[in-house]
Design a protein around this ligand. Structure first.
Ligand SMILES: Nc1nc2c(ncn2[C@@H]2O[C@H](COP(=O)(O)OP(=O)(O)OP(=O)(O)O)[C@@H](O)[C@H]2O)c(=O)[nH]1
Length: 429
């Protein structure tokens, strides 16, 4: 099992990566170029990074070609010259010693805050509340100065639909609310809000699941999603969260299509002091394969594999994703241990189609829902929890509430329901 390490302090977080222009909301979708597979390289156990290029164990579906070695970056200085494996500046020397502390769950209680910002739950919860208040304005605002009658229920129904909660969830939530109001003879609107908050919390609980680290070494996490959903940013934030919990992390720049994505990941790697395995162009599966081997060779706790953005309708790109997953499995039979879909919280009902399609292709184990610091569609998770439109209620491990390093938080149903419904508590944020 994974242990958290107490002795050394993780690197303090630095400034967030500059936002990418023009991506959110209107993703520019391009097909990936035809890429010739390249031989993956492997760092044998105990080897230093320099020069250790061992093109063995190549999966059969990756025909050998002149190997284009995978590079490692730890200093954010950008890609090394092609064909050179750069020696990381003792990237793993700060891997703290294990203690006997057998915490296996990566949750807030296990975290030792590395900065005043991370110490302040209020700051991220406030951002979530303020963000969801765009949804909550219509929902939370309904309870002030009104009578508890059929008009209130009708307005709640409209507000939930407008918040993209979907028909199934809206009907279920309101049926339970009506029954509770009747049963408990609730007459005050604030008490109705509290009742709905409890009912919504129960409803969303199915999505709540802790992100457990330590059952595999390394734990391999593959990350997918449509263009601009926030994959690379979330990986950077997740690496930070893991480092704060004393886990050693390796990043794989599996978005070999977009050079800027690789550079973005390298920058996140530099900020977190973790190594990034990258390659200019080439086959993303080869990068993933190499990263898993490098992770194993270096006893990394977690390997995070980024992938290029794609729409579920781009079937050849969905096939490419399946191949990445298969090839990861060839590097380590039990991997990937987690397959996460990153979903933009502004996507609304289309998120359901995304989850369905990526789940069918990859068998998702979890979601990361981003950009909840400013969305009017915060009800979407209620639709996911209800299994609307045939979606499987895939657990939400993490929510993104901003662009900064600290702005990734575990999903907690009660906090989310509270932020969504506004009211006196939420206003404190
Ligand atoms: N406000 C806010 N912005 C976010 C959040 N997560 C990501 N972003 C921003 O969303 C934009 C896209 O994020 P990326 O991480 O580049 O998205 P991506 O999915 O890797 O993009 P592609 O590689 O093009 O598919 C960037 O400007 C991020 O800063 C979040 O939780 N809140």
């Amino acid at each position: 099992m994974f242990s958290f390490f107490k002795r050394k302090k993780a690197p303090a977080p630095q400034e967030s990566v500059p936002a990418q222009s023009g991506i959110p909301g209107a993703p520019e979708v391009q097909d990936a170029p035809e890429v010739a597979p390249v031989a993956p390289t492997e760092l044998p156990p105990g080897a230093t990074a320099s020069g250790a290029v061992v093109p063995d164990a190549v999966p059969p579906e990756m025909p050998l070609r002149a190997a284009e070695p995978v590079s490692e970056f730890t200093d954010g200085a950008g890609p090394a010259p092609a064909g050179v494996l750069t020696q990381p500046p003792d990237a793993w020397s700060d891997r703290p010693d294990e203690t006997s502390d057998p915490l296996a769950r990566l949750d807030r209680s296990a975290k030792e805050p590395a900065s005043p910002e991370s110490a302040s739950t209020g700051s991220w919860l406030g951002r979530l509340r303020r963000g969801l208040s765009r949804t909550g304005q219509s929902l939370g605002g309904l309870f002030s100065g009104v009578k508890v009658d059929e008009t209130l229920f009708e307005e709640l129904e409209t507000a939930l639909i407008m918040a993209d909660a979907g028909v199934e969830a809206t009907e279920k939530l309101l049926a339970e609310l009506r029954a509770r109001v009747r049963r408990q003879r609730i007459e005050q609107p604030e008490a109705v809000r509290a009742a709905l908050r409890d009912i919504l919390t129960e409803h969303l609980k199915v999505l709540e699941k802790p992100f457990v680290v330590g059952e595999a070494a390394p734990m391999v996490v593959m990350i997918a999603g449509v263009n601009g959903a926030g994959k690379t940013t979330s990986i950077g934030k997740l690496a930070h969260a893991l480092r704060e919990r004393r886990a050693s992390v390796l990043l794989a720049a599996g978005d070999t299509f977009r050079a800027a994505a690789r550079e973005q990941l390298v920058a996140w790697g530099a900020r977190n002091g973790v190594t990034v395995i990258a390659q200019e162009g080439g086959d993303p599966a080869a990068v993933a394969f190499d990263a898993v081997n490098a992770g194993r060779a270096r006893s990394a706790d977690v390997v995070l594999v980024d992938t290029a953005g794609r729409l579920p309708t781009q079937l050849h790109l969905m096939e490419e994703l399946k191949k990445i997953k298969r090839v990861i499995g060839k590097a380590e039979a039990s991997a990937p241990h987690e397959v996460l879909l990153v979903v933009d919280g502004n996507t609304g009902q289309n998120a359901l189609a995304q989850i369905r399609a990526f789940d069918a292709a990859l068998g998702l184990t979890g979601l990361v829902v981003t950009k909840l610091d400013g969305t009017a569609k915060g009800g979407t998770l209620a639709a996911v929890a209800a299994g609307s439109q045939g979606v499987r209620p895939v657990p939400v491990y993490w929510i993104g509430v901003g662009e900064g390093m600290q702005d990734l938080q575990p999903f907690v149903a009660a906090e989310f329901a509270d932020a969504l419904l506004g009211g006196p508590e939420a206003a404190k944020g």
